[in-house]
Design a protein around this ligand. Sequence first.
Ligand code: ZN
Ligand code: ZN
Length: 276
Amino acid sequence: MTSIRRHPITGEPIVFAPERALRPNAFGPQSDICPFCPGHEHETPPEILRAGDPWRVRVFGNKYPMTQRHEVVVESARHDASFATIEDPESVVEAYVARYRDLASDSRLQNILIFKNHGAMAGASLAHVHSQIAGTTFVPPRVERERAAFRERCPLCVPPPRELIIAESEHFVRFAPHGSSFAYEQWIVPRQHEANFATMSGTRLSSFASELSSSARSIERISASYNWLVMNFRDDDAHWYVQAMPRLTTIAGFELGAGAMVSIVDPAEAAARLRD
Ligand SMILES: [Zn+2]
Ligand SMILES: [Zn+2]
């Protein structure tokens, strides 16, 4: 059973999930041992959602849950696909939205985080392309801090300077933030001020799916490992966004001790390299 413990000084939540230690280290190209590959459906917890026939997207509970509600979204039947090459990113985003809405109706949950760990440096324990959805019974400290900042003003309603923009479309802008936490980090921000990504449908949803694909394509040119985080909020002052970052370096002593990140690449240079 997972439980919430507290930092001895600040009282901030620490997720205690000893079952996570039992995860198999199944990294590698052999698809015959991959529980996410077609033919191995019985090896995962019961399926919650499926798209396509044969399936292109599957959702099920995480076998080694980190939190009370923790799900896995397998984003392609192809073992060697990456988000840049999957056949149906739109169905994947539809699955994120559907699962988000369902988890949001669970009154015990204070926050739902959708994230991707791709590659060993990003913390993935399975190579097969997937994302995760974790509902927590607490508001994560990062979400709390950002919510408080949004109450003062919305920095995401201010257009970024031209040299930092990677791509723009009718509904989204993708850019390298001036204050990037990681080298070659990028954010996908909706032009419309909205707290919750799960209100999207139709053309905005398909446009978001293609932004995610382009973002993955640009990152995969730089690094085999990356994370993305869908930062989603429940109060109207906040503006949802995706933070996507290649994992070229590890988080080390300074970052851990100072609680401040060190970024070693000029974001304008990063934007130029990430542009198609
Ligand atoms: Zn596989
Ligand atoms: Zn805004």
